[in-house]
Design a protein around this ligand. Structure first.
Ligand SMILES: Cc1cc2nc3c(=O)[nH]c(=O)nc-3n(C[C@H](O)[C@H](O)[C@H](O)COP(=O)(O)O)c2cc1C
Length: 307
């Protein structure tokens, strides 16, 4: 009898262990698979950290702490004195060093968290923007503070680097409910899905250019097939072209004049970059235009197209 009870208990323990393991695995898989957002935060006394962890959990994002090379001690934060934090905030050139290397390449969305110091972001956030390339990323700021709203710091960050896509963000209090956190994440997800992409980056011979895109169906399909690295052939001393593997929608017309920098679709799958201006009798669907495109020379080239 005793033996049977023991056996049943063992079977129950085994069952829960197996179920527990598979649930845990599912959780881990969720975290690692296709995770394109990260919560990147600086927190001197732990308030922003708590919010950062909740945002990461609710949005299924990775989380990375911005660690100052020199940690902020209590006396560094005593804002009623001539403390280190005050001195940094008053010095436009101050860029406190970051201790850890941060890999942002795999993320397209960055939840960027910080405390408000004297109405704005701590200077270490500027060090971050100076150190890593945030172009083409969506930056969603969040902050904690005694009472100051986030808008002043967002305005300052946008002025600091006008090329960045910085959303309005939100200030949180420690007692904000999970619903408030979820609403913040959902609102930004909706914004993201409505976002119109109006430019893409191309790289030719290690140099970056921007294609300012047209607003048409061809462009929408073209964006969907990026990124691509294409070997484009030279033609006639004025253009590089490639026949794409994909058929794109067309709405072709005869532009009469081709301008250097025009990016066109010939037929339904021939992508052309023109690097000289000339009159034409052919019809194309316009994809966009590259300002300041130089003469691309008389050989075939490799071009990287990135969103
Ligand atoms: C140097 C310094 C300046 C601050 N300036 C402001 C401020 O302008 N407005 C405000 O509401 N809170 C201000 N605070 C309070 C912090 O923003 C607040 O305590 C924050 O939640 C701390 O976040 P942390 O624990 O993640 O560092 C300041 C704090 C420090 C240390």
């Amino acid at each position: 009898m005793k033996k049977n009870v023991l056996l049943i208990v063992l079977v129950i323990i085994l069952f829960f262990t197996i179920v527990g393991c598979s649930v845990q695995k599912e959780k881990n898989d969720n975290v690692n698979s296709n995770n394109k957002s990260v919560v990147l935060y600086f927190s001197a006394t732990g308030t922003t950290k708590k919010i950062a962890e909740r945002i990461a959990r609710e949005s299924n994002s990775d989380i990375i702490k911005i660690i100052p090379e020199e940690e902020y001690k209590k006396e560094d934060l005593n804002y009623n004195s001539d403390c280190r934090a005050n001195r940094e905030q008053n010095d436009s050139k101050s860029r406190p060093k970051i201790k850890n290397a941060i890999d942002i390449n795999k993320y397209d969305t960055i939840y960027l968290g910080y405390p408000i110091w004297w109405g704005t972001n701590p200077k270490i956030i500027l060090t971050l923007l100076d150190t890593y390339d945030f172009t083409n990323k969506i930056i969603i700021p969040f902050c904690t503070s005694g009472s100051t709203e986030i808008s002043g710091s967002v305005e300052d960050l946008r002025k600091y680097n006008p090329n960045l896509n910085i959303k309005d963000g939100k200030r949180f209090s420690t007692n904000d409910s999970d619903e408030v956190i979820k609403e913040f994440i959902n609102r930004n997800e909706i914004d993201k899905s409505n976002e119109v992409i109006n430019s893409v980056k191309i790289i030719i011979n290690d140099k970056e250019y921007i294609i300012k895109l047209e607003d048409n169906e061809t462009v929408k399909s073209f964006i969907n097939i990026l990124p691509q690295e294409l070997n484009m052939s030279e033609l006639n001393g004025n253009e590089k072209y490639i026949y794409l593997d994909n058929i794109l929608p067309t709405n072709s017309f005869n532009p009469k004049k081709i301008n250097a920098g025009d990016v066109m679709l010939y037929g339904n799958n021939c992508l052309v970059i023109f690097y000289k201006s000339f009159d034409t009798s052919y019809s194309y669907t316009k994809i966009g235009h590259i300002d300041n495109l130089p003469n691309l020379g008389n050989s075939n080239i490799t071009v990287k197209f990135e969103k």
